[in-house]
Every structure is written in structure tokens, then in C-alpha cells.
Design a protein around this ligand. Structure first.
Ligand code: SIN
Length: 523
């Protein structure tokens, strides 16, 4: 097998991975390993923006307050404090480096989204913040001679010796060969898993690979039951769920039911800008009551020129679907959008495995609680991407004296089998683990997920079969955590336990070969 050596190996190329790679390049040679292209990630598609308390009438304390309220009692306060304070510094750093956020008359234009009590969302290119930010970071990274990118290379196993990371086994789709990356530190930044659901706003790559990699290596996972459903994804039967940014509601868009009523006004003081869990659940109920498949988003009452200018990409996409953003009632319904839990880390993005760091959506740093505050995710990528790289740089390279792992092979005909399983699992996830859950549905789903995991041996060496096992395994872990959490909180709603319970004001931890544990919320 080809063996390559780097000081740090970053897996994933969203904003978290790019931030980690950028900062790690100050300390040595860096590899960025991505199963797709460098510019395919959830971050790239982020429309809303990046939250930072930079306005004169705002403060990190106020930002922390909104994050904690939205997180429903299970954010780790120390991590939120780091996020809002260092986040502001990271954003200023980016601006100093030349990142162009949108301005009007020389001042930053700040957007508003659900759960924020102040306008604090910086955006770029109107509604193309993710693209602008990731392209900006990529251009910085391309100037670094000691960063090498490996596109179309999938990480399949974290290699360990004496409970310490010593490398990554990967499969290169371009050469059909295995590659071993020798390293002292792996920074996992593989993004989310919302593509496990049939209806999702995420790119096809968001399949939770990092969760399976980390779990198999023995890492602790936290709060996987919390899945954030975005309230406003375009609903056209048979078509992908196209995201219509919450920032549109920040500019005053209304949610209307089939009777034309603004139902959110009676549900929450912030109406359409209530936290996402509240809005998504309220839409779910409206859909259930009406027997229809969607509700509507309407911008008809707003300044048309302003809206078209602010949301250029959404406007263009909607035209392709035959809708006018400023005139039509847009059919929308919630879609899986964000994994709130993830691989458990401390404040330095370290896991329980020496040399394994995690940042971005795949991490559970403690800042998201039971429900992420809108536009906090890109901020988390900047803050914990840097923290991971600084801490990783303190490690020493260790000797490597084990035999090569069994090689991974690719058997193309198995791809069809993977797609069959993927569809079955996605249907089951959407039906039984969607916005509202109950014991019976969760148990039924869990039985099926467990059966698939059992059918596929742990020591498989064919890429597609490993993917089937991993996908079923992640679904199983989510279902197990959802069954244990007998309450409704944030992105986890149980019709058989409709209230928040003080008994569950805790993290739920899963680890291979261990029973589920509860971990106290950090102050
Ligand atoms: C959106 O633009 O509504 C998505 C932003 C986010 O998920 O934070």
C-alpha cells in the first residue's frame, strides 16, 4: 500500500476542515482528504450567513443568551462562551484577511434569523455566504505550499496503536488503490448526516461517514437523537428539497396555512422567527391538520427590488422551478437539515482518543444543545477548527510498527445494492424518526436497522458493503438514543412524552461495546 506521511490529516473540506487545514499549516505538513471535491460540502451551500456579535448594540453575552435559550437547557455553557467570544475574533480575522461580507454605505448589513434577538448575521454575495466563505478559505489554503489536497479519496478506517491515532486508511477512487496516511493527528470534519433522511436540504455527501469512523474507533458520541429540520424547504413532489433561507423570514416573509392564516403569530412571540424546532413542529402540525403535504411561504407584501437583490440565488433557483420569489405563494415543508449531536469533544475539539480531533457539524462540542441557533454553525467551524489545529500541533509523531490493514476493494455491482439499502433506510428514517416520534415506531425502525447491521460483517472489505453497514449503524445509533430520551426537547419530539423532563437535562453518550451513559451538562 502507498504510505504518505503528514503532521496533520484533515478529513473533509467544508468550512471546519478548511479552517483546521489553514491553521494546521502553521505547524507542519497537512493533508486534506475528501471523498468528493474540495468545494462540495454543506458549508458551501449555506445561504443564511455567520452569526457574530459585531453590532454596537450587541454583545457576546446577548449572543450566548440566544444560543442557550434555543439550545433548550443542554448547551455546555463553557463551550458557548468560547463560541461567541472567539467567534467574533475569528470573523474579524477573516475580514482583516480580505473576506468581503455584504456592506451598505460602508457598514455591514446584518441579517436576522430564528431565535436571534438582534440582527447579527453577516452574509456575503447576498444569499451565497457558504460559497463565498469556503472559496475565500480555499484561496488562502492554495497559497500554502505545505497543504496537499486528496480529492475523491474516502477515509475508511482510523488506524490506532496503544489507543492513539497513528494514521488513516483510505481508498482512492481515481487510482482504485488503498492509501495509508501516517500522522500524529486526525482532524475529522466530515459534516452532517441529513442525507440519511428521504427529504433533506443537504448535498448527497452528507451521510454521516465521520460518525461511523469515529464510533468504530471507540470515540464517544453525544446527543445523536437531535436532528434539526429546516422549516422552509421548497416542496415539489418528486423534486429535491431546495432550501429557502430562514433569512427570508428575517426580512419579513410570512408562513401561511392553506386557509391563508399566519398561524405562527398565535404560537410564539417571535412568530415566524421563533427557534427552528418550534417553527418546524408547528408546520408539521398544520400539515397534519390540513391533510396537505405543505404550507406556504409568502413575500408578496415585501419590497420586491430589495428582496431580489438580497436573495439573488434563491430568486434564480425558484424561477427554474417556475416560481416567482416575490409574487407567488411558495409551497414549503420541513426537511432534515442539521445533525445537532455528534462526536463528543472537549473545548479543544479533542475526543477521548488521543490524536483524534473533531470539528464542524460532525462534532458535539456542546454549543448546539438540543437545537442549534441559526447561523451558529459556520461560526463553530471557524472557532473549533482553529482550536483543533493548535492542540493537535502539540502532539508528537509516534512509531508505527503494525502490519498493513486488509485492503479495501471496490466492486461496482454492489453500488446498486447500496442504493437499495440507502433508499429503504431513508424512507424508514423519515417515517419513524422524523419531526415527531414514538416508542412503537422507534422500536420497529431499530429492529430493522439492527438486522441490517447484523447481516453485514464488521470485517467487510468491499467499499459499498461497508457503506451499507455504516449507514444502518448510524441509523441504529440515532434510534437507540431517541428511544432512551423519554421527553420532548428541541429537535427531538416524542408524542408519548410530550414535555421536557428535568431527568433528561443531560447528554446521552454512546460508545462501542458500552452501555448508553448520561453525561452532565458543563457549566
Ligand atoms: C438558512 O439559511 O436558513 C440556513 C442557515 C443555517 O442553517 O444556519
Amino acid at each position: 500500500m502507498q504510505i504518505l506521511e503528514f503532521d496533520t490529516v484533515v478529513i473533509g473540506s467544508g468550512l471546519a476542515g478548511l479552517s483546521a487545514a489553514y491553521h494546521s499549516s502553521n505547524f507542519g505538513r497537512v493533508a486534506i482528504v475528501t471523498k468528493s471535491q474540495l468545494d462540495v460540502s454543506n458549508s458551501y451551500y449555506a445561504q443564511g450567513g455567520i452569526a457574530a456579535a459585531i453590532a454596537a448594540d450587541d454583545s457576546p453575552e446577548q449572543h450566548a443568551h440566544d444560543t442557550l435559550v434555543t439550545g433548550r437547557g443542554i448547551c455546555d455553557t463553557d463551550a458557548v462562551d468560547v463560541l461567541v467570544r472567539e467567534g467574533r475574533e475569528r470573523v474579524r480575522e477573516l475580514i482583516d484577511l480580505g473576506m468581503q461580507f455584504d456592506k451598505e454605505n460602508g457598514n455591514f448589513v446584518l441579517g436576522l434569523e430564528g431565535g436571534h434577538t438582534k440582527r447579527r448575521i453577516l452574509h456575503a454575495g447576498g444569499d451565497a455566504t457558504g460559497k463565498e466563505l469556503t472559496c475565500f478559505k480555499l484561496q488562502l489554503i492554495r497559497q500554502k505550499k505545505n497543504v496537499e489536497a486528496f480529492e475523491f479519496v474516502a477515509a475508511v478506517k482510523l488506524l490506532q496503536q496503544n489507543n492513539r491515532i497513528v494514521g488513516v486508511q483510505a481508498y482512492d477512487f481515481k487510482t482504485n488503490k488503498n492509501v495509508i496516511f501516517r500522522t500524529k493527528a486526525v482532524i475529522l470534519a466530515t459534516g452532517g448526516l441529513s442525507r440519511l433522511f428521504a427529504r433533506s436540504t443537504n448535498p448527497h455527501t452528507a451521510t454521516g461517514d465521520g460518525i461511523a469512523l469515529a464510533y468504530e474507533a471507540g470515540a464517544r458520541l453525544a446527543d445523536l437523537e437531535f436532528i434539526q429540520f429546516h422549516p422552509s424547504a421548497l416542496y415539489i413532489p418528486g423534486k429535491e428539497a431546495y432550501l429557502i433561507s430562514e433569512a427570508v423570514r428575517g426580512e419579513g416573509a410570512w408562513l401561511l396555512n392553506h386557509k391563508g392564516e399566519r398561524f405562527m403569530k398565535d404560537i410564539h412571540p417571535l412568530a415566524e422567527l421563533a427557534p427552528r424546532d418550534v417553527v418546524a413542529y408547528s408546520i408539521f402540525r398544520q400539515i397534519q391538520k390540513s391533510g396537505e403535504k405543505h404550507i406556504f411561504l409568502s413575500l408578496k407584501h415585501l419590497d420586491k427590488a430589495k428582496i431580489r437583490n438580497r436573495f439573488k440565488n434563491i430568486d434564480k433557483h425558484l424561477r427554474e422551478f417556475g416560481y416567482d420569489l416575490t409574487e407567488d405563494r411558495l409551497p414549503i415543508s420541513p426537511a432534515a437539515h442539521y445533525m445537532v449531536g455528534g462526536v463528543r469533544t472537549n473545548l479543544d475539539a479533542e475526543t477521548n482518543i488521543s490524536g483524534l480531533f473533531v470539528c464542524g457539524e460532525v462534532a458535539s462540542t456542546g454549543v448546539m444543545g438540543a437545537n442549534r441557533l441559526a447561523s451558529n454553525s459556520l461560526l463553530e467551524c471557524l472557532v473549533f477548527g482553529k482550536r483543533a489545529s493548535v492542540k493537535a500541533a502539540q502532539l508528537q509523531m509516534h512509531d508505527y510498527d503494525f502490519v498493513d490493514p486488509a485492503p479495501i476493494v471496490l466492486d461496482q455491482p454492489n453500488e446498486q445494492l447500496f442504493l437499495q439499502y440507502q433508499n429503504e433506510l431513508a424512507e424508514l428514517m423519515s417515517k419513524n424518526l422524523g419531526i415527531v416520534r414514538n416508542r412503537k415506531d422507534l422500536e420497529n425502525a431499530l429492529n430493522r436497522f439492527s438486522a441490517i447491521v447484523e447481516d453485514f460483517d464488521e470485517d467487510l472489505n468491499e467499499y459499498n458493503l461497508i457503506k451499507i453497514r455504516n449507514t444502518a449503524l448510524i441509523c441504529k445509533l440515532i434510534a437507540q438514543a431517541a428511544l432512551v430520551r423519554e421527553e420532548s426537547r428541541g429537535g427531538h419530539i416524542r408524542e408519548d412524552f410530550q414535555k421536557e423532563s428535568p431527568d433528561f437535562k443531560t447528554h446521552i453518550i454512546q460508545q462501542k461495546n458500552k452501555n448508553i451513559e448520561f453525561e452532565p451538562i458543563r457549566k
